[in-house]
Design a protein around this ligand. Structure first.
Ligand SMILES: *Cc1c(COP(=O)(O)O)cnc(C)c1O
Length: 400
């Protein structure tokens, strides 16, 4: 058998995730592996938890990375908080809301669905009506940044409504963490999960989570055991909450040591930049991309007030084969953008500006590449005008 090392082609990642990983993060990944019960590793973990609290804007002691991708963070929230028979109101406006419903059902809960169109934010009035119609509901679940459509929902208002009706709130912040304003404590979110590979620009495979005191009370008061052994917080806590450096951490599973170095490094970089400045950068770069897309004659699908800066759903112009465009971008420019999902399949491209992918040179590469591929395929696109419009916006934003 002939085998050789795998050398991935160099790519620019401007899809729905993973985002470009900063060289500092890949360098951290390559540092020597040490034991996951080593006191030096424990000290790094304590720092990592503090950095995650900074990113989530929370003081929740129970803030940590789950050793698996964002989907496991989702599952961790649902299996711990939903007991058999619990009624959960799930807001669905895209792919990830539907997955939340699936999680409720598999945890033995009853799901009440509040639906909104794909490409729109969750309508708070619909949630308010559902809470009145279902006074026995225990939880509300919603997605902050719906990566499948590029819509951002008003989580602050949705959580307020949930609390007014005595419900706890579970929020998906996989794509919002580090990219757009997210205030876990100020908004009173009870359980939140994210992913390492979107706006944190770390490698995929880790899921930061955070739980409020109220959520922890519900979890510890459960009358039935959590059906997932791996994700049962009562067990995981013995490891993650072990006193720092005292050797008291109990073995639960072998922590993904090097992946955690990488997450630590990406969070150090976020803290160095400052989270508010990271939010502003995502917004500024979104405006530059938008200016360029407009000059190319392309339209964003989500209404302006509900748009995410880090995920731009762009309508595919009539007569253009959307998959052929993506294939050309990848082959000729080594540039990845995303396809539409579900209701938007075949109708949109999803251009991500997440984390380290959200920078000027990526915007200019994307506009230049997209403009020339579209022009080649017969769509009247003025690439020079697009680059000029984006440059003007980038220049205007520099003083902010
Ligand atoms: C990417 C994503 C997930 C899933 O994360 P994985 O790391 O792919 O498991 C969940 N929710 C949203 C909103 C996402 O964008």
């Amino acid at each position: 058998m002939h085998v050789s090392s795998f050398q991935p082609p160099p790519r620019t990642l401007m899809g729905p995730g993973p985002a470009d990983v900063h060289p500092r993060v890949t360098a951290a990944l390559a540092r020597p592996t040490i034991g996951h019960l080593d006191p030096a590793f424990g000290a790094m973990m304590e720092e990592l938890k503090g950095l995650l609290r900074y990113a989530f804007r929370t003081d929740n002691p129970l803030t940590m990375p789950v050793s698996a991708p964002g989907s496991a963070g989702m599952e961790c929230c649902f299996v711990n908080l939903v007991e058999p028979g619990d009624k959960v109101i799930v807001c669905i406006n895209g792919v990830f809301g539907s997955r939340m419903r699936e999680n409720v059902l598999r945890a033995g809960g009853e799901a009440v669905v509040v639906e909104d169109d794909w490409g729109r934010a969750v309508d708070p009035q619909k949630l308010a009506d559902a809470l009145v119609a279902h006074p026995d509901a225990k939880l509300v679940a919603c997605v902050h940044a719906e990566t499948s459509t590029g819509a951002c929902s008003d989580v602050k208002t949705l959580v307020e409504l949930a609390h007014r009706h005595g419900c706890l709130a579970i929020v998906d912040a996989v794509t919002s963490l580090g990219g757009s304003p997210l205030e876990v404590d100020a908004w009173g979110i009870d359980a939140v999960y994210s992913g390492s590979q979107k706006c944190l620009s770390c490698t995929p495979g880790l899921a930061p989570v955070s739980f409020s005191e109220r959520a922890l009370t519900k979890i510890t008061a459960r009358s039935t055991p959590v059906q997932s052994w791996f994700l049962d917080l009562n067990l995981v806590l013995g490891y993650w909450q072990g006193a720092s450096g005292s050797g008291k951490r109990a073995y639960h599973h072998t922590a993904p040591v090097n992946a955690l170095y990488a997450l630590h490094e990406s969070l150090v970089m976020l803290a160095e930049e400052g989270i508010e400045r990271a939010w502003a950068r995502h917004r500024r770069n979104h405006l530059a991309l938008r200016a360029g897309l407009t000059a190319l004659g392309l339209e964003l699908v989500v209404p302006e007030a509900e748009r995410l800066p880090q995920l731009n759903a762009v309508a595919v112009p009539g007569g253009i084969d959307e998959a052929a465009v993506r294939a050309r971008l990848l082959e000729t420019y080594s540039l990845e953008i995303g396809a539409g999902l579900g209701a938007l399949a075949g109708k949109v491209w999803r251009i991500g500006l997440m984390g380290w992918s959200s920078r000027a040179e990526n915007i200019l590469l994307c506009l230049g590449a997209l403009g020339s591929v579209l022009a080649d395929m017969g769509h009247a696109a003025d690439t020079g005008a697009a680059l000029h419009a984006a440059q003007a916006e980038l220049g205007a934003g520099r003083g902010h």
